[in-house]
Write a protein that binds this ligand. Sequence first.
Ligand code: ADP
Ligand code: MG
Length: 615
Amino acid sequence: MEERGSPDGDPAWNLEQGPEGPETPIQVVLRVRPMSAAELRRGEQSALHCSGTRTLQVSPPGGGPDVAFRFGAVLDGASTQDDVFRACGVRRLGELALRGFSCTVFTFGQTGSGKTYTLTGPPPQGEGVPVPPSLAGIMQRTFAWLLDRVQQLDVPVTLRASYLEVYNEQIRDLLSLGAPRPLPVRWNKTRGFYVEQLRVVEFGSLGALMELLQMGLSRRRSSAHTLNQASSRSHALLTLYISHQTPLPSPHGALILQPQQMPPVDPGEPPAGGKLCFVDLAGSEKVAATGSRGELMLEANSINRSLLALGHCISLLLDPQRKQSHIPFRDSKLTKLLADSLGGHGVTLMVACVSPSAQCLPETLSTLRYASRAQRVTTRPQAPRSPKAKPPQHLEAESLQLQEENLHLRSQLGQMDPKASGLSGARVAWAQRNLYGMLQEFMLENERLRKEKKHLQSSRDLAYSEQRILARQVRELERRLLSACCFQQPGPGPAPPCPCVMVPPLLCHVFGSKAPGNGPLSARPPPWAPPCCPSSAKCSRERSHSEWTQTQVLAEMLTEEKVMPSAPPLPTGPLNASPVLRGGAAVPNLARRLEALRDQIGTSLRRGRSQPPPR
Ligand code: ADP
Ligand code: MG
């Protein structure tokens, strides 16, 4: 048979191109299984026929117009397992995995359509009986090809494997040493979604890998129902981890690849490097058609739910606005595990499987539509970064903070119930887009306010330090004033100025702008000031106090007043409250009083010098 859509023959599969383009579409190939003996016995007709190597024609049984679907490759019922392996492009994914990319192959389709057969061959005919080589599926063939390829490389490559199944929304380790127990799925920013405590086994030969595969297949849940005697009741994921120390050339030697610096592997953590994951999905089923009851029905419901979640994610990924919309990968374990393959940095191949029988046409059409849509989903493949390329710590912290903020905003958006506001689907989408716009604006505004706050904080700190310097100067002047007063004697000479005159006018405002007697307060002494007459020249000698007392009063005034920070809380009192009570004016006020104090000290010192020394 001709090699259809092969990696070598088709420019679309050219390995030289690699997946480095910013957006790489999911590759989809279609496999049509042959009519089964039972279907032929029941006299069922085929509704499908292939035209060329890429197009499938669907003829509705009622005689309506044919519908055509186009895929990367279409393989009809006559195709052998080897044809499928060569045509589907899995070797391209193997090459990319060797170069450090994360690649996924998954089969998709109705139950009984041949998904498990395509990946691993027919069900085991007996305990420990291996699949005949001619019927081996994509997985066994890829294993053999990969190990052969690794041997051709003259660099040491470490190969490891894990195998798990998602059964009834629980993850079970198919390679666990004891009985499988449910394992949690976790998320972190470097690894994305991952299964905690999953056993990852190192292997060195094809035989060892085949044993791991057999072990997993034998432990996987399967049951018999009307449409399939060995129906898989779980989604199974076998992952190969490939790590090596040195750059690998491309198959044609043309590409010089980035060296991969492999970090030491933490126990229980899969190694960094390339990945090739094979996903055998459980098939969607109509419970009425399969005749599932009891546990089988519960399983079917769980399978359908997770496939529905998968379909929902694919639909959203097709949305041109998807960069702004939230993809609900968290809705099921399956979508969590496939998140990177579908919407992230992986390279993905989907093998859609269908039955040719006209009886299955509704499910077949649904699979075909689903697969055609999946072809338009793109990923942004990226080889894993070397640890040297790690972003600086402060950037990492900032990105973490932004991610948290993003998550918070998204959850707030998610809480808005569209039904409650009675919006239709299109309007909801429109509203969500606009809400995203608003959110972006809010985030910008938030950023601006953060900067402003930082600026205000720095000016407040500056004012605090100015205030500390001034206070220190005041204390120093007080000290000098007191020591000057100690050497002074009361005697003849001009009376000292009245304290209330020495107080700068602003200070007087602290006590209100108007005095009880309607006169300006700055002309009256404060209640605690020594009594004096309005005119200092007329103050009597008996009523006047020593300069020491006056300076003491002045010093008390200076030290007792509280200075507010320059970024004050909003005023709670009346709007016309004294400006001094607002912190912003405090520092200039202090400076003015300092000036007054200096004058006072100067006067005292001059007077001290002109008087005779004390007896
Ligand atoms: P699924 O995994 O999609 O539920 P299976 O792979 O279990 O379906 O296939 C259902 C049945 O059809 C199995 O008995 C399988 O051997 C058979 N079958 C599927 N595809 C083919 C094929 N291409 N050639 C021959 N038999 C097939
Ligand atoms: Mg199956």
